[in-house]
Design a protein around this ligand. Structure first.
Ligand SMILES: Nc1ncnc2c1ncn2[C@@H]1O[C@H](COP(=O)(O)OP(=O)(O)O)[C@@H](O)[C@H]1O
Ligand SMILES: [Mg+2]
Length: 333
């Protein structure tokens, strides 16, 4: 799908703004604070259903009662979202809904400057990153993750309360085991998919024989629903004592291994950038294969962080996609 235009009303610092997009590359130039990332954020909301960085109360322009965004595709389809200070409503033709319907979601590859620090990030940052990608690849993943997070929150609340008992925890254990074991399997499946492509793509950027692997680190590897449940129960006494859930996929991590060593601490700044670029290309390939649709590429201010060779690699790799780029200065590649 190709985006034709995006229109913003009271969205962040934009009172009224419209961008016509090209079918290949669109460059959004503006100084810091001009509202560039906000435009990508609006596109993301209307393609994926929610922002990548905030919730609606932060997004609606300060001092105004609502925001509205509208996205027009090249086939004439129009998606809109309105937030009235309380609820957000998506509208496609005359159909209204609280969530963006699945059939109106489109794949997007988002590249943020902060992604360049992914390798040295915390486990929670790693999970957040891969959760976003895996949710795009699989609706089951997205649904189960949201159910897992709700159940985990409830179980932790109960662990903190005075009413906690083995029997009161049981129903939450069942839910955590069901969704947790499913997510664990999908995480290892998607990690293998990434690994199949990561090295060849890395070579094409770095043109050397370094090796790169993504490791999925978990205590839940290969567990069935019932063995997962047993682990929860074994840890239950301790969980009650420490008032939170100590076992499960919410404690997983992802680690990049570069030439046999953790990339964090061993890969240079340039190598780190090549690894992240390779990861983005892999994401795009996998999304395209799985969903049979070319993702839209949103590049937020990443050109200034890349040298000439890597800029070229980025442009080359995405030359057949619609790419929307923000930048503070005019870019050369
Ligand atoms: N809800 C809001 N209402 C008004 N202004 C906002 C709101 N949220 C953010 N801003 C301002 O909007 C500006 C644009 O943000 P951003 O899109 O991140 O800019 P850029 O990416 O061009 O640097 C920032 O100056 C920010 O302070
Ligand atoms: Mg920005």
């Amino acid at each position: 799908m190709i985006i034709k235009s995006i229109t913003l009303t009271n969205f962040r610092n934009h009172s009224s703004f419209r961008l016509e997009c090209n079918k290949d590359t669109t460059l959004i130039l503006g100084s810091n604070g001009w509202g560039k990332t906000s435009i990508l954020e609006a596109i993301y909301i209307l393609t994926r259903g929610k922002s990548f960085r905030a919730t609606d109360p932060d997004i609606v322009k300060t001092g105004t009662p609502f925001y509205r965004i509208e996205l027009e595709y090249d086939n004439g389809e129009v998606s809109a979202a309105t937030y009235d200070g309380k609820t957000k409503t998506f509208q496609i033709l005359d159909k209204k809904s609280r969530r963006l319907p699945k059939k109106n979601k489109y794949p997007v590859i988002l590249f943020l400057p902060s992604d360049l620090n992914l390798i040295s990030g915390s486990p929670s940052r790693h999970r957040e990153y891969f959760d976003r990608i895996f949710s795009e690849l699989s609706d089951t993943y997205a649904t189960n993750l949201s159910k897992y997070e709700k159940a985990l929150h409830q179980r932790n609340e109960l662990l903190k309360s005075d009413y906690v008992s083995d029997s009161s925890l049981f129903s939450w254990n069942l839910l955590l085991a069901r969704y947790g074991s499913s997510l664990s399997h999908l995480r290892s499946e998607f990690t293998s998919l990434i690994n199949k492509k990561l090295n060849p793509i890395y070579y094409s950027i770095a043109e050397n024989t370094d090796t790169i692997t993504l490791n999925y680190l978990t205590e839940t590897a290969g567990l069935t629903e019932s063995t997962y449940l047993k682990f929860l129960e074994t840890n239950q006494k301790r969980d009650i004592y420490i008032s939170h859930t100590s076992f499960g996929i919410h404690r997983d991590n992802f680690e990049f291994i570069f030439n046999g060593k953790p990339a964090d601490g061993s890969a240079s700044r340039g190598e780190t950038r090549s690894i992240i670029l390779a990861l983005k290309f892999v994401e795009s390939d996998i999304v395209e294969e799985k969903l049979r649709e070319k993702p839209i590429i949103l590049l937020d201010d990443v050109f200034s962080e890349l040298d000439q060779t890597r800029r070229k690699a980025l442009i080359n790799n995405f030359k057949d996609h619609q790419v929307i780029i923000t930048s503070v200065e005019n870019i050369s590649y």
